[in-house]
Ligand binder design. Structure first.
Ligand SMILES: [Zn+2]
Ligand SMILES: [Zn+2]
Length: 417
């Protein structure tokens, strides 16, 4: 019987893991210099968390969540595999009262997310995100910090990106806007796709997520632009951020149709795009403010914003990466099984003194086969453990200059350089 992996998921082999670690190590290092602390979020959350935060009429909640229906006694609960990190970290923040525990409320996380989407190149149903969240810091400095961090990281990774930015306003600005948008949508009701007809009544803003009528929706957004309805405070936040970006010579493009497919955002939202991936999945980092969500759940905290990097996509376009410096490899060969035990005591002593990587021993292989394997594994040295061990000696062979000699075990560490 042959087993195949589930559609849309990926086996990540050692070379790619190395690239992922390279990217994530850089992300970690940069955010830690800005005082962010790492948290580990559960993969499993209750469905209500996402219905409330991401929104019931979003694509993610309507169609893309992996659900587990658990029946306990006379209760049924629906648990989902997290589709993103922000809702979970907000729950964690409130549930663990982090606002009182940390003066600086800056956190980051890394791990897999799950969405039941149509698999494509650079789009998987299980994908990795590195996310950062800032609580209790007002705009525009907190938005600016997020953008600054992303820019530093992309610079370090040598990836060219385009920053797109927009303000999607707050509840206040949207009131009038939604009325107008509904009017306009109703005029062209019969032209809308079925999904959008439904959205029109339940959550008209989500028509901008439509994947069927992209052009139609873009025209509509020009006709009824949110920018005309934006309230004074949202306008000020946006303009202030733009001023700081200009002062810092950070390049950006204002894109009025940029809305993000999640209800919890308000005010500034942004996306980083690359030209190296197809338009449908060229966003490699995205974020924005969610002040309303946090203040609703934790009334003493008025501000929150965050961003997340799509690690799989970044790895896919990574131009180059530094391989980890490997420690010296030492092959340990045994002449036959009798020398297995002494070989391990040699290994133990060597590891106490030296930072080396041990390959072997493989007592079921012939000495010749062992040596060939160590050579292929690029070992610098090989220790051959045989009769000499009874006189506290071992044979050491340097594969790089091909010198072989019998040495006293007590001197071993001096030979490994
Ligand atoms: Zn507003
Ligand atoms: Zn539609």
């Amino acid at each position: 019987m042959k087993f195949k992996r589930v559609r849309g998921v990926k086996d990540i082999l050692p070379e790619e893991v190395e690239k992922i670690n390279f990217v994530v190590d850089i992300c970690r290092k940069i955010v830690e210099t800005f005082g962010f602390k790492e948290v580990v979020l559960p993969v499993l959350e209750k469905i209500e968390l996402y219905q409330h935060s991401i929104g019931e009429t979003t694509d993610i909640v309507e169609k893309q969540m992996f659900k587990i229906v658990a029946r306990a006694e006379n209760e049924t609960e629906t648990i989902v595999l997290r589709p993103e990190g922000t809702a979970g970290i907000v729950r964690m923040f409130v549930e663990n009262n982090l606002k009182d525990k940390y003066p600086l409320k800056r956190f980051f996380y890394f791990g897999p997310m799950f969405r039941y989407e149509r698999p494509q190149k650079a789009r998987y149903r299980e994908f990795y995100q590195f996310g950062v969240e800032i609580f209790a810091e007002a705009p525009p400095s907190s938005d600016f910090l997020l953008i600054k961090i992303a820019n530093i990281i992309f610079e370090k990774l040598n990836i060219k990106v385009e920053l797109e930015i927009n303000s999607i306003g707050c509840v206040n600005c949207r009131k009038e806007y939604i009325v107008e948008l509904k009017k306009e949508l109703k005029k062209s009701n019969e032209l809308l796709c079925d999904v959008c007809k439904n959205r029109l009544e339940r959550n008209p803003l989500r028509v901008f997520d439509c994947k069927t009528d992209v052009d139609k929706i873009a025209k509509l957004s020009e006709k009824v632009s949110l920018q005309k309805y934006i309230c004074d405070s949202c306008k000020k936040n946006f303009d202030d951020l733009i001023t700081i970006l200009d002062e810092n010579k950070i390049r950006y493009k204002i894109v009025p149709t940029l809305v993000r497919g999640l209800d919890y955002y308000n005010g500034v939202v942004f996306e980083y795009k690359t030209q190296l991936l197809d338009a449908a999945q060229n966003t490699i980092c995205a974020g924005g403010r969610y002040d309303r969500l946090i203040s609703e759940l934790e009334p003493q905290v008025k501000y929150a914003c965050g961003l997340a990097f799509g690690i799989n996509r970044i790895v896919e376009i990574l131009p180059k990466y530094e391989k980890k410096v490997e420690s010296i490899k030492v092959g340990v060969a045994v002449v036959d099984e009798r020398f297995l035990l002494p070989s391990f005591s040699i290994i133990n002593k060597l590891l106490e003194k030296k930072d080396v990587q041990i390959v072997g021993p493989f007592s079921q292989k012939s000495l010749k086969a062992q040596l060939r394997l160590f050579n292929n594994e690029n070992c610098k040295y090989v220790l051959i453990v045989g009769e000499e061990v009874k006189e506290s000696k071992v044979v050491i062979k340097n594969f790089f200059d091909n010198i072989q000699q019998t040495i006293e075990l007590k001197d071993l560490e001096k030979y490994i350089i």
